[in-house]
Design a protein around this ligand. Structure first.
Ligand code: VG1
Ligand code: CO
Length: 544
C-alpha cells in the first residue's frame, strides 16, 4: 500500500459555521472537496502522529463514501489508530464520549445534524478536539485559512475498508478498530442515572413514545429504553437509521414532530414523548398536555439534576447560549452557582466545562447537555427527565407549573425566516446594527422601554478570547428581549432567526398561549427590523 501525494486546487467556501462545514451533498461530491477539507484539518493540528482518531457519522447519504476517504487520509497522515463506529455510525454525543474515554487525539463527526439528507440534501464534517468537544474558533479559523491555499493532500492507496465486522484490522501502518457504537455510551448513561428507578417507573405502567426520526438515535434508544430500562417494545418509533431519514426532516420540533405532539395532547395518549435529531444531540420533550420549551427544559433540568445519582452532589454552574431564555439564570441565582451567557454553538461551552465552572449547558434550539461529554446530548436529556419523573412521581405538566410558581415563567418563541436572499438579510442586520446606539430609552406599545441594544460580544473567561458580532440584543426594562441573528448552519440563502422573550413573575399569569403572550414584542420586532416588509414574507417559515 502506497501513500499518494495528490495535487489539488483550493475551494474558497470551506469556512466552518456554527457547527462544522455544512453544504449540499453535490458540493461535497466535487472532486477533492472532502479530501481538501480533511487535509486542511490535519494541516492545522500538531502532534497527532501515532495517536487515535475517532470517526463516525449519523449515517446520512454520503456518510459511507466520506468515511472511507477520511480513514485513508488519516492513515496517510500518520495517525496510529482510527476508531470507527460499526457501519460508520456514531451519534454526536457518543463520538464525544469515545474521544474522551479512549483518550483519542480528536475525532471527525460526519453529520449535518438536523438538516435533511439524501442526494440533494445536506452533508457535513466537523472536527472535535481531545476534550471531545467541537473545535474552538482558533482551530476552525486555521482550517479555513489552510483550505484557501491547500495544494496537495496525502492519501493511502487501499481498497475500501470493511466497517461491518467489529474488531481490528491493519490499514497501511495504521490500525482500524470497528467498535459497537452503543455500548460505551450506554455504560456512561448507567453511571449517571438511576436505571432501577426508571425501570420501576416503566413497570408501573408509565407510557412513553420516543421518535428517533429515522436517524442515529434509533439503535441507542432501542438498547437503552427498551432493552435496559424495560420500556415496552414499540416505545421507540422510526428507530432504524435511513440515509435519507425516510425523506423526512430530522429536526425535533413542533413542526416536524407534530403528530407526536398531537398524540400527547389527547386523553389516551402516552405520559411522555421525546425525540432526537439527525445526529442525536438535540431533544424534544413533551409531557401529557405540556410541551416543554428547550429554554424551560434547561432550567428545570438544572433545578432537579440533584435527583439523579450523577449529579447528587449538586452542579457547579450553568451556561446558556445568548438567545436562550433567562429561565436558567433564576435557577443559578437560587442555587448560588455561576451562570454564563455564551454565543450560539456548543463549541463555546467547552472551556467552561473543562475548567469545571459549569455542569449543565443548554441552547434554545433543543440542545441540553452536561459535563459527561462535550456535546449536547439528546438521549441524556430524555433520561434525566425520566429520572426526575421517577423520583418526583408527578406529571411533566405538574413539575413545569410548580417551577413557574417558584421562579416565574419566561414566555419564549423563535421565529425563523428561511432561504432569505443573502444580500437582503445582511443589509437588514447591518442597518439595524447601525441604529442600535439610538434605541435605548425609546418606548413602544405604551410601556415597553428599551434598556439596552447591542451586538453581543463574548469574552471567554477561561482563555481570554473574544468573539464579536454574535447577535443583536434589544433588551427592555421589564426583562423582555428581542434577539436577532443569522443562522450559521443553513446551506441555502440566509436564515434569519428572531428570538422573543417576556418574563412573568411567580404570581403572574402562566397560562397564556405563547404567541399571544408575546404579541406586543412580535409587533415591536417587526417595527424595528421590518423583516416582513423587506423580505416580502407574510410570516416566519418556522415557529418554535
Ligand atoms: C443552530 C442552533 C444552535 C446549534 C446549532 C447546531 O445554529 O441555533 O443553537 O448549536 O444549530 O446544532 P444556527 O447557527 O443555525 O442558529 V446541531 O443539532 O447542528 O448540531
Ligand atoms: Co444535531
Amino acid at each position: 500500500m502506497t501513500i499518494l501525494t495528490v495535487k489539488t486546487t483550493p475551494y474558497n467556501d470551506q469556512k466552518p459555521g456554527t457547527s462544522g462545514l455544512r453544504k449540499r451533498v453535490p458540493v461535497f461530491q466535487q472532486p477533492n472537496y472532502v479530501e481538501n477539507f480533511i487535509q486542511s484539518i490535519f494541516d492545522s493540528l500538531e502532534g497527532f502522529s501515532g495517536q487515535i482518531l475517532v470517526i463516525g457519522g449519523d449515517g446520512r447519504f454520503y456518510n459511507d463514501v466520506a468515511i472511507q476517504k477520511a480513514i485513508r487520509i488519516a492513515a496517510a497522515n500518520g495517525f496510529g489508530k482510527v476508531m470507527v463506529g460499526q457501519g460508520g455510525l456514531l451519534s454526536t454525543p457518543a463520538a464525544s464520549n469515545i474521544i474522551r474515554h479512549y483518550k483519542a487525539f480528536g475525532g471527525l463527526v460526519l453529520s449535518a445534524s438536523h438538516n435533511p439528507g439524501g442526494p440533494e440534501g445536506d452533508f457535513g464534517i466537523k472536527y472535535n478536539a481531545g476534550n471531545g468537544g467541537p473545535a474552538p474558533e482558533k482551530i476552525t479559523d486555521a482550517v479555513f485559512a489552510r483550505s484557501t491555499v491547500i495544494d496537495s493532500y496525502k492519501i493511502l492507496d487501499t481498497p475500501d475498508i470493511d466497517l461491518h465486522a467489529i474488531g481490528t484490522q491493519q490499514v497501511g501502518d495504521m490500525v482500524v478498530e470497528v467498535i459497537d457504537p452503543v455500548a460505551d455510551y450506554a455504560a456512561l448513561m448507567r453511571t449517571l442515572f438511576d436505571f432501577d428507578a426508571i425501570k420501576a417507573l416503566f413497570a408501573s405502567g408509565f407510557r412513553m413514545t420516543f421518535d428517533a426520526m429515522h436517524a442515529i438515535t434509533g439503535p441507542y434508544a432501542h438498547t437503552i429504553l427498551e432493552d435496559l430500562l424495560g420500556a415496552p417494545k414499540g416505545t421507540v418509533v422510526n428507530g432504524t437509521p435511513s440515509p435519507t431519514f425516510n425523506n423526512g426532516h430530522p429536526d425535533p420540533n413542533l413542526v416536524y414532530c407534530k403528530e407526536m405532539h398531537d398524540l400527547l395532547m389527547t386523553p389516551d395518549g402516552p405520559d411522555f414523548g421525546a425525540a432526537s435529531d439527525g445526529d442525536g444531540d438535540r431533544n424534544l420533550i413533551i409531557g401529557k398536555n405540556r410541551f416543554v420549551t428547550p429554554s424551560d427544559s434547561l432550567a428545570l433540568l438544572a433545578a432537579n439534576a440533584h435527583l439523579a445519582p450523577g449529579y447528587k452532589g449538586g452542579i457547579a454552574g450553568i451556561a446558556r447560549s445568548m438567545p436562550t431564555s433567562a429561565a436558567a439564570d433564576r435557577v443559578a441565582e437560587k442555587l448560588g452557582v455561576e451562570m454564563h451567557e455564551t454565543p450560539t454553538g456548543w463549541k463555546f461551552f467547552g472551556n467552561l466545562l473543562d475548567a469545571g465552572r459549569v455542569t449543565i449547558c443548554g441552547e434554545e434550539s433543543a440542545g441540553t447537555g452536561s459535563d459527561h461529554v462535550r456535546e449536547k446530548d439528546g438521549l441524556w436529556a430524555v433520561l434525566l427527565w425520566l429520572n426526575i419523573l421517577a423520583v418526583r412521581q408527578q406529571s411533566v405538566d405538574a413539575i413545569v407549573r410548580e417551577h413557574w410558581r417558584s421562579y416565574g415563567r419566561n414566555y419564549y418563541t423563535r421565529h425563523d425566516y428561511e432561504e432569505v436572499d443573502v444580500a437582503i438579510a445582511n443589509e437588514l442586520v447591518d442597518e439595524l446594527r447601525a441604529r442600535l446606539p439610538s434605541l435605548p430609552g425609546r418606548i413602544f406599545a405604551d410601556d415597553l422601554q428599551i434598556a439596552y441594544a447591542d451586538d453581543f460580544t463574548y469574552h471567554d473567561p477561561v482563555d481570554g478570547s473574544t468573539s464579536a458580532r454574535q447577535g443583536i440584543r434589544i433588551g427592555f426594562t421589564d426583562g423582555s428581549r428581542i434577539v436577532l441573528r443569522l443562522s450559521g448552519t443553513g446551506t441555502v440563502g440566509a436564515t434569519l432567526r428572531v428570538y422573543l422573550e417576556r418574563y412573568e413573575a411567580p404570581d403572574g399569569r402562566h397560562d397564556l398561549e405563547t404567541q399571544l403572550a408575546l404579541e406586543p414584542l412580535i409587533g415591536i420586532a417587526e417595527d424595528l427590523c421590518k423583516i416582513r416588509e423587506r423580505t416580502g414574507r407574510t410570516g416566519p417559515s418556522v415557529i418554535t
